[in-house]
Each structure stands twice: as structure tokens, then as C-alpha cells.
Design a protein around this ligand. Structure first.
Ligand code: C5P
Length: 216
């Protein structure tokens, strides 16, 4: 299978030296890319700004902003998209061409919504013909992740969502482990124990390729 994985944060610049972003390190996405490659798949990784080495045998496209990430994803063909990226939901309405002085910034920041990459791609694929690729989303929640994840799964028309509570110990941003649940559009939930991101990644790849085989 051809896997496309989005990973890391995006940066949305206010001026040449300031941006909006989030603490995503890209580790989960890089682990998925590595696991998919190890399982013999062809893998492309679309990465926001992260400090990680490209897994062996993986093709990598570096991007900075959400809009660049969308362009990169839309230009690729894939059998499975795993969207782990923590895309910034908002960007400044405009980016100043010169560094803003502190006193120029008061009340200046106006934000506009960024495109939802996964939703945009899902919508386009729904309209298209032929076999639909497997779409996997992530839902980082603070609290019980399951109910929000089911809604997200249906709204974005995904095959499953990997839900995690980013506030629980050993889970979320910057950790090596994750406690996740796989949530399906019919409301079914498969809770996994706390495990390494590498092990979670292998489970995701196995689930995605299993679903692909069922749809064959
Ligand atoms: O709605 P929410 O942002 O929580 O959805 C998370 C999922 O959607 C993740 O898989 C994330 O990579 C994807 N996403 C996206 N583009 C956005 C926001 C989220 O692809 N602008």
C-alpha cells in the first residue's frame, strides 16, 4: 500500500520572526511512517517543522504552514492517509513583511480559520470515483476522548480515529508513550493499554491495512 502520513505542528507567521504554533513534536507521525515502511509499504511523510530524523526508506516533504501542508497532501496519491499532524486551526489574517514593533502589535492580531486538511481531502475523495483510500484521523482531547472522536469520525467521514486524552499521564505531546482508543464510525471503541508510540504505530498500520483488505 501507499501510505501518506502528516506529522508535526504547523507554523502560522505573524511577521518574519513570530508565529503561532503548538507543542507537537511529530513523534507519533514519524513512528507511523517507520512502522508502515517496516511492514513493507511505500511511505511519504508530510512534516511540519520538527527536529526528527527521517525514517529509513521514507520519502519526506517538509512544509511550514497549514496551507502548505494541504497543497502537499493534495498533490499526492495514496491508499491510506494517516493524519497525525497538529495543524494550527487559525492563522493571522495577514503576515507583516517586516518585524512588527511591540507597540505596533496592540490589538492588531486578527485570526482566520485554516483549512481542515483531512476534511478537505475526505470531501474530495467522496466526490471522486473508484476505490476510496483509508482515512485515519487523530483526536487529541482533554477529557474522555471517545465521544468527540465518534463525532469527528462521522463528520470527516473517516475509517477510524485514534483518540487520546492528552492530559492523562504518559499520553500526548512530547511523550514516548500513548494511551489511545480506536474509534469507528459505527460507535465501536477499541481501547488499547498504555504503550510506546512505536507499538501504537504498528497497531494503526495493521488496522489500516486490514480495513483495506476487507474493502477489496
Ligand atoms: O478537529 P480536530 O482538529 O480535533 O481533528 C483532528 C484531526 O484532523 C487530526 O487527524 C488532524 O491531523 C486533522 N486536522 C487536519 N487539518 C486541520 C485540523 C485537523 O487535517 N486544519
Amino acid at each position: 500500500m501507499k501510505f501518506l502520513v502528516t506529522a508535526g505542528p504547523t507554523r502560522e507567521f505573524i511577521d518574519p520572526v513570530r508565529f503561532l504554533s503548538n507543542p507537537s513534536t511529530g513523534r507519533m507521525g514519524f513512528a507511523v511512517a517507520r512502522a508502515a515502511r517496516a511492514a513493507g509499504h511505500e511511505v511519504t511523510l508530510v512534516a511540519g517543522p520538527v527536529a526528527l530524523r527521517t525514517p529509513h526508506g521514507v520519502r519526506r516533504i517538509d512544509v511550514v504552514s497549514a496551507r502548505e501542508m494541504l497543497t502537499a497532501v493534495e498533490s499526492e496519491n495514496f491508499d491510506c492517509l494517516v493524519a497525525t499532524a497538529a495543524v494550527a486551526d487559525w492563522r493571522p489574517a495577514r503576515c507583516a513583511s517586516k518585524k512588527l514593533k511591540k507597540n505596533e502589535m496592540d490589538g492588531l492580531l486578527r485570526l482566520v480559520r485554516n483549512p481542515d486538511i483531512l476534511k478537505t481531502v475526505a470531501l474530495r475523495l467522496r466526490r471522486g470515483h473508484g476505490r476510496r483510500p483509508i482515512l485515519v484521523g487523530f483526536a487529541a482531547e482533554t477529557g474522555d476522548p471517545a465521544s468527540e472522536a465518534v463525532r469527528k469520525c462521522r463528520e470527516k467521514r473517516l475509517d477510524f480515529v485514534v483518540a487520546n486524552d492528552v492530559t492523562s499521564a504518559g499520553s500526548g505531546f512530547g511523550t514516548d508513550t500513548n494511551r489511545v482508543a480506536f474509534v469507528f464510525p459505527d460507535g465501536r471503541i477499541e481501547r488499547l493499554p498504555l504503550m510506546s508510540k512505536a507499538a501504537v504505530a504498528r497497531r494503526i498500520v495493521r488496522m489500516a491495512s486490514g480495513l483495506r483488505n476487507i474493502s477489496e
